[in-house]
Design a protein around this ligand. Structure first.
Ligand code: ADP
Length: 565
């Protein structure tokens, strides 16, 4: 598993990366929206400029009708035109020397008298601007505009205006001028109002940015966007500027941005789920690891307690054996003592006399008996020594008969004491079995001892006390145990009562006075550790009494038998 600090670090990096990614995404969408919006403003501005230019040109065409000196009903035509075009404040016909020949003022400004916008300040004050425009118009043979100027009114207000001058020719000779005075405010109001939206403003400005006329919203909150275009007219240049204020988070306004936002939220959700899932998984893994460790510990404890039990069982066996051993050793020792004293008697007491040939022969026999008796005693001691010494729990391939042969001398001691005959039935050419020889020998000893003790009662007459130790190739369940050797310990005792079978393998259950009640449960544990099971049946074959305990050992080395005991 990855170390915790590194995992935290990686999560941190991931979160930072995603935060940066999302921030850039939102920023880009914002930028995109902003530039889209500015594009729209620019289009509005340039469209409006084109529109104003076209409308001024159309007005100029209509005004052309009033240029001719002999226009019938000049006043009436001018009045009609002024009514249709509220952006024009007045129309004047002027002579070559700029004298006003005829004038008509708009009727749309109620506060303005019939003298028009120039009443208060005097038209003559602005005649220079008119002359400039007309000079340009005469030279270029088309309408020209004066630079814009402010005309104050008596009530403190005023108009920013521009004069449009149209020259009049007769037979290619300049004969006079027609001057139309436009209000810049009214141009914006009449022609620009329709193209602006809420929170937008259109203005005419000078090149330095000074505002000349304005129309539109007075609410100016939020971010400001602006676009401007140059309105070039003959003799005059104006800047047309469109400004917009947007307070709402504009990147929420349309589908792609809403989609991006939804994606962002979804991503955050997925990340959170991922984080939760990972945490849960890690917790489970940690718990599992803890459980495995605990289980290992428990196994270790049970292994140790099994070893302790085996040791105490072994000591119990030894205790029992010690008495039998002294009994068993008594005989050869007594025999040796009597042969030794007999031999002494055969030897002459006098140092100079020589024993006769007969005495020497008997002496030889006595010494041979002594030798054989002490060999017998040695054999007994050796078998006990071998049993006690082997403590390592190591597995190896062992010949089945070797297992039985190893325990026979020891069993022989008790068999003799209890008057039991031990039968050894071993099928020839048995394969070797994979086992811990010491433990399996202990099992056979326990089973055999139980069997012999079961026959130690009046129920089994002395002649019938027979214990059979059997080893053969396993016949049952060929698919499963084809490679196993079956061991059986068969007694001719009274069999197991129902009460006993219920608690047979329960530790410390015993029916014997000096029993420990551990033998069978130990046997079963050992056999199960070897991958088999310890079973028992009541004998049905003649002579139909007694019990058979059986178990199997594998002849190969597989995973089960590989586990250390
Ligand atoms: P212990 O031999 O110390 O009593 P065991 O666990 O070996 O402990 O045996 C438990 C009990 O099972 C014995 O006390 C005995 O009553 C019964 N038992 C075991 N083997 C046999 C057998 N072959 N025949 C009859 N009873 C048996």
């Amino acid at each position: 598993m990855m170390p915790r600090s590194r995992r935290t670090w990686l999560w941190g990096v991931l979160l930072v990366l995603i935060a940066v990614l999302l921030a850039s995404l939102i920023w880009l969408v914002g930028r995109y929206e902003q530039s889209r919006f500015e594009d729209r403003l620019e289009i509005t501005a340039s469209d409006l400029a084109g529109d104003i230019r076209a409308k001024l040109a159309r007005n100029a065409q209509r005004l052309q009708a009033l240029v001719e000196r002999e226009t019938p009903n000049w006043q009436w035509t001018a009045k009609e035109l002024l009514e249709q075009q509220p952006e024009i404040l007045s129309i004047e016909r002027r002579s070559l020397s700029f004298n006003i020949l005829a004038v008509r003022n708009t009727a749309f400004l109620p506060r303005i008298s019939r003298q028009g916008v120039f009443e208060h300040f005097g038209r003559h004050n602005f005649v220079v601007d008119v002359m400039h425009a007309c000079a340009l118009a005469a030279r270029s043979l088309e309408p020209a505009y004066s630079i814009s100027y402010f005309v104050p009114q008596s009530d403190g207000t005023g108009f920013e205006v521009t004069d449009m001058c149209i020259p009049s020719f007769e037979n290619n000779k300049l004969t006079g001028y027609l001057v139309a005075t436009y209000s810049l405010d009214r141009i914006l109001k009449e022609w620009g109002d329709a193209s602006i939206k809420r929170q937008e403003e259109i203005s005419f400005r000078e090149a330095d940015g000074a505002r000349l006329a304005v129309v539109g919203s007075s609410i100016k909150s939020g971010n400001k966007f602006a676009a401007q275009t140059v309105l070039n007219l003959q003799g005059m240049t104006l800047i047309l500027r469109v400004e917009s204020w947007r307070s709402a988070p504009y990147w929420l306004a349309n589908t792609p941005t809403a989609l991006v936002l939804a994606l962002v939220l979804a991503l955050i959700g997925v990340l959170w789920l991922l984080y939760r899932d990972t945490r849960r998984r890690m917790r489970t893994e940690a718990k599992l690891a803890r459980e495995i460790i605990q289980q290992r510990k428990a196994e270790e404890v049970s292994r140790q307690s099994l070893e302790r039990l085996q040791k105490s069982a072994r000591l119990a066996t030894l205790g029992e054996m010690a008495s039998m051993l002294s009994h068993e050793l008594n005989q050869p020792l007594a025999a040796i003592t009597s042969y030794a004293s007999g031999s002494l008697n055969l030897l002459p007491s006098d140092a100079n006399s020589i024993p006769n040939a007969q005495d020497l022969y008997e002496l030889k026999i006595a010494l041979e008996r002594i030798a054989s008796q002490s060999a017998r005693a040695g054999q007994v001691i050796k078998s006990v020594h071998g049993f006690v010494r082997r403590r390592e729990t190591e597995r190896s391939f062992v010949q089945p008969e070797a297992l039985l042969d190893a325990v026979l001398p020891l069993l022989g001691l008790q068999a003799k004491q209890l008057g039991v005959r031990i039968d050894r039935q071993i099928q020839p050419h048995l394969p070797k079995v994979w086992c811990d020889a010491t433990l399996v020998e202990q099992v056979i000893i326990n089973l055999a001892r139980n069997g012999m003790q079961a026959m130690d009662s009046a129920a089994t007459p002395a002649g019938k006390r027979r214990l059979t130790l059997l080893a053969k190739v396993s016949e049952h369940e060929p698919s499963q145990d084809a490679n196993a050797v079956e061991f059986q310990v068969i007694d001719q005792g009274p069999g197991l009562t129902q009460d006993v079978t219920h608690r047979l393998f329960t530790p410390f259950f015993t029916t014997k006075e000096e029993g420990m009640g551990l033998g069978l449960s130990l046997c079963r544990t050992v056999i199960e550790q070897h991958g088999g099971s310890l079973t028992y049946t009541t004998n049905t074959e003649p002579p139909r009494t007694g019990t058979t305990f059986r178990f199997k050992l594998m002849t190969h080395h597989d995973n089960l038998s590989n586990t250390t005991a």
